[in-house]
Each structure stands twice: as structure tokens, then as C-alpha cells.
Design a protein around this ligand. Structure first.
Ligand code: PEP
Ligand code: MG
Length: 875
């Protein structure tokens, strides 16, 4: 096995072995771009390091030093050399990009001797000593665990002593003096002198990068982005180029297109006379890339050509890091650029128009989850915008929340159900949990490529950066915007698309979808095989579903109609009725209400199929809470004031106790209700058919699909089918209207899946209710498991994912497969679909495609996601 690869030996397809950064450095080297020479220690070496009890094996060390020798030969420089020393950067490079999550060391190879060589070679002692002190600081932080803060404090003390206000005032002699203080500091903190042997520095840095794979922030990032923990990271060792050698030097980051909007224009920032980390860390606010044209016209032209070349080569928008050393351009990194959802769609569609991508490739490019973000709210156009302050529009979307200044607090308050906006001077990878928890992020410093901007965009979270008009006082927990002062927990709204910050709550509107969005989804529709329906139980949701492209309703939960405020008393009187005639009376009142609901839904769906599920939840869900009722009754008993009310409450209490179940989700619900109270299902079926008849009479074609929930035995379906058929015959007799309808069942308990061949005999269609099927297969209560233990299972890796979110292929999935296979054996034209939450989740949709289901059904807002995911599953 080989552990170390020169850049010339790799290519872009070797990401798994040499990491994303290494693979792209190799690719760029091989297509002749100006990349500083170097080599990559593979991810396998990282795994080997962990297998060896966190030590580098002899083989890894030998190969590293051999590659170093070759690098020295190529560059004509020598690590630690007294004449022409080589300096290198050490950077992590995981398979999937994890920006800023792991460690980097720059200027490695510096010591008391090489710094002198550098000073005389560059004729710039001040720069050389500054580089050396930066190296000590960075190496000590990353490798030796001495925090940057201690060094910064010494620098500040020194400046104060000298009466300086900024770093440029520091002379070569000043840096030299400070270097001695820094070394002393390291000795005091670690009990050992600062390592001056560059070979030792190199091995220690490689170990530190491997260690950083397992630091907290990297682990959180991997969890958030579902990156496996066992991939390991590669390490890239590259000869240093210096962007801080004067005004003909600089460094920057650019995107080949605008990562916020997708506009096909070079977009980015650079800093003159600075090192790469200065841009990414957001410490100095950089200049827009377009102004580089005036400062370094030739370099800018060359850079533009490199950008075009890279985008054409990778056939995707690139995020490129570069450095200019004394007028010479070097490319340090390229990768596919992270982008907002809007930009993602725009770029995919533009690239089809430019002839770079096929429609199918464009469909495959856009992350379905990202589409979801486009469907969210923005500030009402009619709102009289009077922003308090404006910063950079770093990530679009609008959000309202209470001001917090600390990531831990953001996290804590979010867990308590509060909406917060995290405000920081700048964010660092240590704030990641706070960014996840916050509705939005605002920073006062940093540019569009600062940490906050990149991370928020990746998450689709609204973000404003470089909001310099906002003075943050972390001690007092206040922000000062001109004369206006806001404090901790004050309510603000931000618009990440414009960079504006508003006081208080602001009216928002639902999003409309751009032409490109529609176009991409139309292309997706051409590719997909799976049908996409929506779960909707009122006309407004049904209309929204149609607007988003739903081809029908896959689940109309009729109980939601029972829960409407003015109906609750009628529903209660049905439940509480003591005699058959009392119950009939209540049902008679409910019938026209339900009929009206169905008519509204059928109209909104304009002839598209509508699957209506008969009543499913246990009846006590429609009655008041037992404990509250007990308290009220006891109070009335004590006061003895209102006897009539007391009797009413006592009756309710008796009924509640009667209905009480220890496991209501496994109890008297679903078709079990229909079996014991067929008059309820009868009324509901009649309402559906009367609605269908009424619309048919108006010339509209309606084909209701009646669905029976929670069937576990074919006999349940057989009996309920009869009830529905009788209702249909009665309505036809009564109205003289003939209509077609089908009757099917949900598959929600394992026995239904395992006896699907029997059940299919009585069913025209199956709809997999994977919410309940997950609950009944795992035996996890869907209402309790998450908070009690499921989250922990996911956190500690007992389960890869939450099975209520992503369908569990190995267990629940096998039951689905069995259900489809047996069902189709018995009835080849059996229609099959899924209507659990999984119907809108891309990985689960891919599974449904594999199983050959006919359709997926999900909430209206997820319909576009499902359309795209279904297309990708079919490609
Ligand atoms: C299901 O169980 O998957 C389902 C869709 O029904 P409900 O969520 O209403 O129980
Ligand atoms: Mg269910």
C-alpha cells in the first residue's frame, strides 16, 4: 500500500484516497495550472494512524520524507536549509469539504536560522520575522495546544509599551523581540522549548491534522452534513507562496459565479499584502474582486482565464483560492462552490442553456433539500422598509428572532422552543451549534466568504455579514446602531437577501417560484417515473399542492376536519351519545359539513385523484384533557354552585374514563373504530359520495379513493369495504348519479405487510403509512421516542439516521418490499404508494423508486422536493 502521493500522481477522481483538496490540487497540476508543488498523505494513512493508537507508522514517515526529498529537488529548496530554505503549508483535506473545521499550519520550516536566510533572500527582514512569529503562534495553537489568545495578549502588551496602534508600525527589530517572548511563552506553557527542527515540526503537524479529524467542531459538522465518521482526512503538504510580501502580493477567494444569486459573473474578494487565512477568517474586510483589475491588471486577466478554464474543466461553478506572490499568480485550491438554493437552480438552468449540461445532468445537480429553502418566506413587498442598518447579504431568506450574543445560549434557547438570532463580531467553527440553533446569523465583521457566510449558505439559513454599522458590545450585551441601542433578547427581523436589519416583527409573504425553478421541475417531471401526490385535508392546502405540482392527493386525513372549532361540540356529542338515536342525530349533523369539505377539496383538485382516509385516531383525542377535567369537576363539586354544569362535566369524565387506554396508538383506532362503530365510516363514506355525486351533476369528473387505516387482517378490510360499498349504492339510489370509486387500505402494521396477498384480495390499492409502520415495526412510540432516546441513538451511532425521517431500509423497508411483492402477486394491477413523512424525503423516495411504487405523497411544501428527488432516483 502506498500512503503518500505527489500532486503529479493524483487526479480529481481520487477523492476517497487523497481527499477533495488533494484530488483537485493534483488535477490542476496535471492540466498545467500554476499550483505550488507538493504532495498528499492519504486518508488511508489517517486510518492507519488511528489503528496504530494514534501514532504515525514507520512506512508513513519514510514515504513522507521521500516525498519531501522529491519536493526539495523540484523546488531547488531545502526544508531547514540555511541557503535557500523551503517553507511548506500543512492542510487537512477530507473527502467531503468541511470548510474551516480542521487544522492548518502555514510557514512550516521556520526557525532561527531559516528566518535569517529568508530575510537576506527576500531583502525584507520585517516580513520574514513577521512570518516567523505567525508560524510560532499558529503551530503552537494547532500542534502544541497553546491558544492564540496568549500570543495576541503579548502582542498587544508590546504595542502598548511602544505606543503603537497597529501592526504595520512594528519593525523587524520589534518582531524579533516579540519572537523571543513567544518562545518563552511556549516553554512556560508546554514545559519544552519550541521545536526548531523542521522535520520534527512536519511530523507533529501531520499528527495534529489527523487528530483534528476528531475534534468537536469537525464531528458536529459531519453529523449535520451526514458525512461518515470513519473516512479520515488526508494531509496536503505544499510549498509556501507568500501573499504578504508587499503591495504586489495578495490573496483572495473567488467564485466563478455569484454564489448567492447564480449570476454568471466572477464574484469574490481579495486583500493586498495578506496571507490566505486573513480572508477566510473574516478578520480584515476584503475588497471586491472586480477592483483587482485596477490594482494588478495583468494578474487579474490571468486569474480570469484560470477561472474560466477551471469552470469548463469541472463543468460546475468553482470556489477558487489564490495567492499572488510578487506579481505571480498561484492557485491554491479549487472546489465545486457552495451556493444558495436560488443560485443552485439558476446555475443548473444557465449551464443547460450554455450547452455545458444536459437537462438530465441539470436535474441531477440540484440538491432536493435545497429546493425546499426556496419555498420559504420573505418580507412582504408592501412593507415600508426602514432598516436600522445594512450589512452584506450573505445568505438569503428572512427571519425574526430575539437577539443573543452567544452560541451556547442560542443553542439552549432554541431547545426551549425560542426563536433567536445569533449576533457575533464574527463566527468561528466553535460557534457551529449556535448557528444551527439560530433562525439567522448576523456578524459585524467579515465578508461574503467569511465563516458565517459560508456555513449559513450551506445550511440555507439567512445571514448578514460585515454589518459594520452595528457596534456590538459583548460585555453589556447590547448593539449600538447610531443612536439606537438594542439589547439582549430584543426582537429583530433580518433580510439575508438584502442585508437589512429591522427592529421587531415584520410582515412576511409566502414565496413565488422563479421561472428557472419551474423549468427545472418540468425537466424533472420528464425524467421521473414515480407519481407525486400531496397530503392535504383542506381546500387551501389542496390548492397549494396543485400549485407546487402535485398530481393528486395521496392522503386526506379526515380527522383534521373533525377538529375544526365549531365542529368539536358536534363531534363530542357523537362520541358521548348514550343511545343509537343520539349518535345518529350527531352524525346527521356532521354529514353535510363533511360533504362540504370534500366538495371543496375535489374542486381544488379539478379531477385529479383524491385518496380519503376514514377516521383514524382514538376518539379521546376529540375530548378534553382528563387531568384538566378532573380539576374543573372537583372545583365545581367543592363550590356546589352550578349543578347542571357539574353533571355535564361528570358525564364527560365518565366517558373519558371509559375511553381511556394505556396504549392508545395501539388501541381502539383506525379501522378498529370502524369495526365497532360502522355508522361513523358509513357517514363519512356517504359524505364523500354525496360530494362526488354533486360535482358529477355539475359536469365534473371525480373518482374518490376511499382508504381504510390500520388494517391488520383482511377480514377488517372486507367488512369495512362492505360498509363503504353500501354507502355508495345508497347515494347512487338516492341521487341517480353513477360515479366510479376505489377502495384501498393503508399498510401500517407488520401483519398487513406480511399478509399483503390476502389483503390485496379486498383492496384496489395500498398506501404504505410508514409513520405507523415505523412505529409498529421498531415498537417505538412515534410521539415519545424522539425526545426520550431516539436522538441519543442517532448521536451515538446506534442508528445511522432517525427512522421516522429516513425510511429504515433493513427493517421497515423489507416489510414494504414484502407488501408490494405479495400484493402484486395476488393482484398484478394493484396500485401502490407511500403517504408517511418519508414520501417527501429524498433517500426514502429513492427506495420507493427501487421498489417500483406508483407514487409518493407528502406535505404540499415538499412536493417540489419530491418531484426532483423522484427524477434523481430514476436517473
Ligand atoms: C402513517 O402512519 O404513515 C400515516 C400517513 O398516517 P398518520 O400519520 O396519520 O398516522
Ligand atoms: Mg398512520
Amino acid at each position: 500500500m502506498t500512503f503518500v502521493y505527489a500532486f503529479e500522481e493524483g487526479n480529481r477522481h481520487m477523492k476517497k484516497l487523497i481527499g477533495g483538496k488533494g484530488a483537485n490540487l493534483a488535477e490542476m497540476t496535471n492540466i498545467g495550472l500554476p499550483v505550488p508543488e507538493g504532495f498528499t498523505i492519504s486518508t488511508e494513512a489517517c486510518l492507519d494512524y488511528y489503528n496504530n493508537g494514534e501514532t504515525l507508522s514507520d512506512q508513513v514517515k519514510q514515504e513522507t520524507f521521500a516525498a519531501l526529498k522529491a519536493l526539495e529537488k523540484k523546488t531547488g529548496k531545502e526544508l531547514g536549509g540555511k541557503e535557500d530554505p523551503l517553507f511548506v503549508s500543512i492542510r487537512s483535506g477530507a473527502v467531503a469539504s468541511m470548510p474551516g473545521m480542521m487544522d492548518t499550519v502555514l510557514n512550516l520550516g521556520m526557525n532561527d536560522e531559516t528566518v535569517e536566510a529568508m530575510a537576506s533572500l527576500t531583502d525584507n527582514p520585517r516580513f520574514s520575522y513577521d512570518s516567523y512569529r505567525r508560524f510560532i503562534q499558529m503551530f503552537s495553537d494547532v500542534v502544541l495546544g497553546v491558544e492564540t489568545y496568549f500570543f495576541e495578549r503579548e502582542l498587544e502588551k508590546y504595542r502598548e509599551k511602544k505606543g503603537y496602534t497597529s501592526d504595520p508600525e512594528m519593525t523587524a527589530a520589534d518582531w524579533q523581540e516579540l519572537i523571543q517572548t513567544y518562545k518563552q511563552l511556549v516553554d512556560t506553557h508546554t514545559g519544552r522549548p519550541f521545536p526548531i527542527d523542521p522535520h520534527e515540526q512536519l511530523l507533529l503537524s501531520v499528527e495534529a491534522v489527523f487528530d483534528s479529524w476528531n475534534n468537536d467542531r469537525a464531528a458536529i459538522y459531519r453529523k449535520l452534513h451526514q458525512i461518515p465518521h470513519d473516512l479520515g482526512t488526508a494531509v496536503n503538504i505544499q510549498s509556501m507562496v507568500f501573499g504578504n510580501m508587499g503591495d504586489d502580493s495578495g490573496t483572495g477567494v473567488a467564485f466563478t459565479r455569484n454564489p448567492s444569486t447564480g449570476e454568471a459573473l466572477l464574484y469574490g474578494e481579495y486583500l493586498v499584502n495578506a496571507q490566505g487565512e486573513d480572508v477566510v477568517a473574516g478578520i480584515r474586510t476584503p475588497q471586491p474582486i472586480s477592483t483587482m483589475k485596477d490594482v494588478m491588471p495583468e494578474v487579474f486577466e490571468e486569474f480570469q482565464a484560470v477561472c474560466n478554464r477551471l469552470e469548463a474543466h469541472y463543468e460546475d461553478m468553482q470556489d477558487i483560492e489564490f495567492t499572488v506572490e510578487r506579481g505571480k499568480l498561484y492557485v491554491l485550491q479549487t472546489r465545486n462552490g457552495k451556493r444558495t438554493s436560488q443560485a443552485s437552480v439558476q446555475i443548473a438552468v444557465d449551464m443547460v442553456e450554455e450547452g455545458v449540461l444536459t437537462k438530465e445532468q441539470a436535474v441531477d445537480r440540484v440538491d432536493p433539500e435545497q429546493l425546499h429553502q426556496l419555498l420559504h418566506r420573505r418580507i412582504d413587498d408592501g412593507y415600508d422598509r426602514q432598516p436600522l442598518v445594512k450589512g452584506l447579504p450573505a445568505s438569503p431568506g428572512a427571519a425574526t428572532g430575539r437577539i443573543v450574543f452567544d452560541a451556547d445560549e442560542a443553542d439552549r434557547r432554541h431547545k426551549d422552543g425560542e426563536r433567536v438570532i445569533l449576533i457575533r463580531p464574527e463566527t468561528t467553527p466553535d460557534d457551529i451549534h449556535g448557528i444551527i440553533a439560530a433562525e439567522a446569523v448576523v456578524t459585524s465583521r467579515g465578508g461574503m466568504t467569511s465563516h458565517a457566510a459560508v456555513v449559513a449558505r450551506g445550511m440555507g439559513k439567512a445571514c448578514i455579514c460585515g454589518c459594520e454599522g452595528m457596534k456590538i458590545n459583548l460585555q453589556d450585551k447590547t448593539i449600538q446602531i447610531q443612536e439606537r441601542k438594542l439589547g439582549h433578547l430584543d426582537l429583530i427581523t433580518i433580510d439575508g437577501s438584502t442585508g437589512e436589519v429591522f427592529e421587531g416583527d415584520v410582515p412576511m409573504v409566502e414565496p413565488e417560484l422563479s421561472g428557472e425553478f419551474q423549468l427545472l421541475l418540468n425537466w424533472a417531471d420528464d425524467v421521473r417515473r414515480l407519481g407525486v401526490r400531496a397530503n392535504a385535508d383542506n381546500p387551501a392546502d389542496a390548492a397549494k399542492a396543485v400549485e407546487f405540482g402535485a398530481e393528486g392527493i395521496g392522503l386526506c386525513r379526515t380527522e383534521h376536519m373533525f377538529m375544526e372549532q365549531e365542529r368539536v361540540p358536534v363531534v363530542r356529542s357523537m362520541i358521548l351519545s348514550e343511545t343509537a338515536s343520539e349518535r345518529d342525530e350527531a352524525l346527521r349533523q356532521l354529514l353535510p359539513m363533511q360533504q362540504e369539505d370534500f366538495e371543496g377539496i375535489f374542486k381544488a383538485m379539478a379531477g385529479r385523484p383524491v385518496t380519503i382516509r376514514l377516521l383514524d385516531p382514538p376518539l379521546h383525542e376529540f375530548l378534553p384533557d382528563l387531568e384538566e377535567l378532573l380539576i374543573e369537576t372537583t372545583k365545581l363539586e367543592v363550590t356546589g354552585e352550578n349543578l347542571e354544569l357539574l353533571q355535564q362535566k361528570q358525564r364527560l369524565l365518565r366517558k373519558l374514563r371509559e375511553l381511556h387506554e394505556f396504549n392508545p396508538m395501539l388501541g381502539h383506532r383506525g379501522c378498529r373504530l370502524g369495526m365497532t362503530n360502522p355508522e361513523i365510516y358509513d357517514m363519512q363514506a356517504e359524505a364523500v359520495f354525496r360530494a362526488a355525486a354533486a360535482l358529477e351533476q355539475n359536469g365534473m369528473n371525480v373518482e374518490p379513493e376511499i382508504m381504510i387505516p390500520l388494517v391488520g387482517h383482511v377480514n377488517e378490510l372486507r367488512d369495512m369495504r362492505r360498509v363503504v360499498e353500501e354507502a355508495a349504492a345508497r347515494v347512487t339510489d338516492d341521487t341517480g348519479v353513477r360515479f366510479t370509486y376505489t377502495i384501498g387500505t393503508m399498510i401500517e402494521v407488520p401483519r398487513a405487510a406480511l399478509t399483503a396477498d390476502h389483503i390485496a384480495a379486498e383492496a384496489d390499492f395500498f398506501s404504505f403509512g410508514t409513520n405507523d409502520l415505523t412505529q409498529t415495526t421498531f415498537g417505538y412510540s412515534r410521539d415519545d421516542a424522539e425526545g426520550k432516546f431516539l436522538q441519543r441513538y442517532v448521536d451515538n451511532g446506534t442508528l445511522d439516521t432517525n427512522p421516522f425521517v429516513t425510511l429504515d431500509r433493513d427493517g421497515v423497508g423489507r416489510l414494504v418490499q414484502e407488501g408490494v411483492t405479495l400484493g402484486r402477486q395476488a393482484k398484478p394491477d394493484l396500485k401502490t404508494g407511500i403517504c408517511g413523512e418519508h414520501g417527501g424525503e429524498p433517500a426514502s423516495i429513492a427506495f420507493c423508486e427501487e421498489q417500483g411504487l406508483d407514487y409518493v405523497s407528502c406535505s404540499p411544501f415538499r412536493v417540489p422536493v419530491a418531484r426532483l428527488a423522484a427524477a434523481q432516483a430514476a436517473i
